[in-house]
Every structure is written in C-alpha cells, then in structure tokens.
Design a protein around this ligand. Structure first.
Ligand SMILES: NC(=O)c1ccc[n+]([C@@H]2O[C@H](COP(=O)([O-])OP(=O)(O)OC[C@H]3O[C@@H](n4cnc5c(N)ncnc54)[C@H](OP(=O)(O)O)[C@@H]3O)[C@@H](O)[C@H]2O)c1
Length: 287
C-alpha cells in the first residue's frame, strides 16, 4: 500500500471509501471546535471523528457547512459519530441517532459506531443490549441514513457475541492503538474479519511522544515523534485519528507520506513496553 496524502482513501468492506487519516475532535468545543475543524479541512483533512458524548456535533456540523460554503462539498468530507453508553438498545439508539443528525444538520452520516460495548461485569444482559444497539445501526444503514456502520472498543469476545445475531458485520472497530499499547489480539482478529481498525489516541494523548526510542527514531528519520507514531500506525494498516488544535501540529501530522519505517524499526516499536495506556479496559469501565 502506498499513499500520498491524508485525502487518499482506503475501502471499507462495503467498498465505501474512507480517507486514510481522520481528525480527532475529543475535548474540542464551541468556537475553538468550529475553527479547528475548518483549519484541518482547509489544510487537507477530509475525515472528522466526533461522538454524541463529545458534545460538539453541532460544531462539527457548522464547520462542515462553512467548508461547503467555501467550496468543499459535504460528500468530500467523511464524518463519523457514535452512540453513547446511556443510549444502548434498539429504541434508545434510534432516538439518539435522530438527535445526532439534528445537531449535525446532515442528510446522511458516513459512519456510525457503538462507542463502547456493554460488558459482562456490569450487565447480565450485555449480549442482548449490544445486539439491540447493533440492530438499530443495521436498520439505519439499510435505510441509507448512514453509509457505513461499526463499533468501538470491542474486544474479540464482544465481537464474537455480536456476530451471533448480526446480519451485517461491523466495517470498523475504533480502539486505543499507539506505540506502547496496541491490542495485537484484537487487531489480528479484526484483520481476519476484514474489519478496519481505527486508532484512537494515536499519540496516547501525547503521553508517548517523549519515549526515548521514538525520539531516537525521529532523529534518524528527521521528523517528529508524532510522525513516527502515525507512520507506524499507517504501516500496520490502521487508520489514525490524531487530534490537534494547533495549525503547525496539524500540518506536521499530515506530512507522513514521504518516508517509511523499515521492518526492523516497525518491530522495535511493536516491542515497546506498555506505556501511555488510558487505563480504559472495555470489560472494566464504570461509565
Ligand atoms: N472511541 C473512543 O473511545 C475514543 C477515545 C478517545 C479518543 N477518541 C478519538 O481519537 C481522537 C484522538 O485521540 P486523543 O484526542 O485522545 O489523543 P491524541 O490524538 O493521541 O493526542 C492529542 C494530544 O497530542 C497533542 N498533539 C497533537 N499533534 C501533535 C504533534 N504533532 N506534536 C506534539 N503534540 C501533538 C495534542 O495537543 P494540541 O492539540 O495542543 O496540538 C493533544 O494534547 C480523539 O480526538 C477522538 O476523536 C476515541
């Protein structure tokens, strides 16, 4: 696989195109969110990641509308949102999706995800809950309201349980993935199932950028440690979602298409000890 820019697309299992790097929006709000997203799109990002939980869907919708007014059509910007944990189950998910679309003011959504699986430690009926949420996503997909559907933070056992009743296989699994924490078992499982992995916190929320190995590699390749992370993720066939509200860092994050890491350097990063982990295990979370 070789790519030239963040605008280059990969294909999901249903052949829907997805730009190979997305712009993360967690913790962006108000005017800062609108301005940052517009900056990111002007620079070349064509993929925006939001969620009902982030409280910024309205701002995402506003920014996309303003980009459209500047000549970048809605259908050139891929937007993802997610249903939050307090809206699991068929009815709640349908109602939550309606609100998401009212906030975004879109005719369709590119990708809709289940934000976190219901898990066994909190819900006796976790399988039924996830199956009900998924049935809503399938219905929205079949009605053409969303062009792709998927999950987030699902481990193989959550996925296996979902597939027992699913009619459509998730096309995406968005998980925590960065040097020092990359969930190899989940990644290998999803690759076998042709489910695209997206990397949330591709820099471990900034926590891995000071790692010695990454700093040495940045010197070797004459780039930033952030670029080493993104390049390692792309070369794993994983789609990163870097967040930055700073224009220079946005530009830096986009410039990862003129070099590649050797197999040996990929392996060195693969083997880094655990670092930067958020501590959010989908089987243990209390939210
Ligand atoms: N599905 C889920 O459960 C889930 C969970 C968490 C996150 N996400 C998604 O993933 C996205 C990214 O994750 P994240 O926001 O947690 O963290 P992240 O992208 O790993 O890290 C963001 C931090 O890195 C800094 N940064 C960005 N580019 C940099 C660069 N080139 N050099 C140095 N520092 C840089 C940012 O600061 P500045 O802004 O100051 O540049 C910010 O402090 C989120 O925004 C969200 O869309 C999803």
């Amino acid at each position: 696989m070789e790519w030239e820019s963040v605008k280059d697309s990969w294909a999901l299992a249903n052949q829907k195109k997805i730009p190979c790097m997305g712009y993360g929006t967690w913790l962006l709000s108000g005017e800062e969110a609108v301005d940052s997203i517009k900056k990111a799109v002007r620079l070349g990002f064509r993929h925006i990641d939001t969620a009902a939980f982030y409280g910024n869907e309205e701002e995402v919708g506003k920014a996309v509308q303003q980009c459209q007014d500047e000549g970048i059509p809605r259908n050139q910007i891929f937007v993802t949102s997610k249903v939050w944990n307090d809206n699991r189950g068929y009815e709640n998910t349908m109602a939550s999706f309606k609100k998401t679309m009212e906030r975004l003011k879109f005719q369709y959504l590119d990708l809709f995800l289940i934000h976190w699986p219901a898990s066994e430690n909190r819900f006796e009926n976790w399988k039924e809950l996830n199956a009900g949420t998924w049935r809503a996503l399938e219905e929205l997909y079949e009605a053409g309201k969303v062009e792709a559907i998927g999950v987030s933070n699902f481990k193989p056992h959550h996925m296996e349980a979902l597939l027992e009743t699913a009619n459509i296989k998730p096309m995406v699994n968005q998980i925590e993935f960065h040097p020092g924490f990359w969930q190899k078992e989940t990644v290998e499982y999803c690759k076998r199932q042709e489910i695209l992995i997206e990397a949330w916190s591709p820099f471990g929320r900034g926590a891995v950028l000071e790692q010695e190995l990454l700093k040495n590699l940045a010197k070797k390749y004459d780039c930033s440690t952030a670029q080493i992370c993104l390049r390692w993720e792309l070369q794993h066939g994983v789609l990163p979602l870097p967040k930055s509200s700073n224009e220079d860092r946005m530009k830096n994050n986009m410039q990862v298409f003129d070099f590649s890491l050797t197999e040996e350097d990929m392996k060195q990063i693969d083997e880094m000890p655990i670092c930067g982990f958020s501590g959010e295990d989908p089987d243990q979370i209390e939210f």
